[in-house]
Design a protein around this ligand. Structure first.
Ligand SMILES: C[S@@+](CC[C@H](N)C(=O)[O-])C[C@H]1O[C@@H](n2cnc3c(N)ncnc32)[C@H](O)[C@@H]1O
Length: 204
């Protein structure tokens, strides 16, 4: 799978564009300037760089080196800095209790890996920290606007409600949207979106 992303990110242009994901920049509560934000599977960095432009201290993790190189170039072009970490999220030594927000935009794992990554995300949040997540829904199989064409890699509201049951889920919805994110995310799509917050009394 890693080779798939390396190849995609060596193509000309930006696979998902250089503008941030619409849910992140328009609908989700924006992390504050100075917040430490982890962006998992940040690819070519459109979301991490946008958060850095808002004054966040961004850590972008991805296992595709070509993506991170493009993310660093985009950050330099915009005059901001992001910390990039080249790692497989299933093997990474995740910091605990370290972030004010974790952002996951269109990063898809099979069920067991998904549960493990989401468990690590919860532990990496500080009390009061939030998860901002958008992913393709199983009904996305009816569309050809992007996402993995494999049912077990797609996420439903009940998957997310279960994975993040220890957080306060502030927003969880399935939605039909019109994607316009670079050449690989174009057209009508079915997505699931979630905002969830770690209680102030919890450190794990
Ligand atoms: C569809 S792309 C989305 C990129 C970015 N989030 C965006 O919205 O522009 C999925 C990303 O997840 C990364 N990814 C998938 N599995 C991963 C893993 N196990 N560890 C680290 N990164 C992973 C891929 O390299 C790719 O950059």
């Amino acid at each position: 799978m890693r080779d798939f992303w390396e190849k995609r990110y060596r193509e000309a242009g930006h696979a998902y564009g250089t503008r941030p994901n619409r849910f992140l920049c328009n609908d989700a509560p924006c992390p504050a300037a100075g917040d430490r934000v982890l962006v998992i599977g940040d690819g070519q960095g459109r979301n991490g760089v946008w958060l850095a432009e808002r004054g966040c201290e961004v850590v972008s993790v991805d296992f595709a080196r070509a993506g991170l190189e493009r993310a660093e170039a985009l950050a330099a072009e915009r005059g901001v800095a992001i910390e990039t970490v080249h790692a497989d999220l299933l093997e990474w030594d995740w910091p605990e209790n370290a972030f004010d927000a974790v952002v996951e935009i269109f990063v898809h794992f099979p069920p067991q890996a998904r549960r493990e990554v989401h468990r690590r995300m919860v532990r990496s949040l500080r009390p009061g920290g939030q998860v901002i997540l958008e992913a393709f829904h199983p009904d996305q199989l009816d569309h050809d606007s992007g996402g993995p064409p494999v049912a077990e890699l797609l996420y439903s509201e009940s998957d997310l409600a279960d994975d993040f049951r220890d957080l306060e889920i502030e927003h969880l919805e399935t939605r039909q949207v019109e994607l316009d994110e670079g050449p690989y995310h174009q057209g009508p799509a079915k997505v699931v979106r979630m905002i969830a917050r770690k209680g102030r009394g919890r450190s794990r």
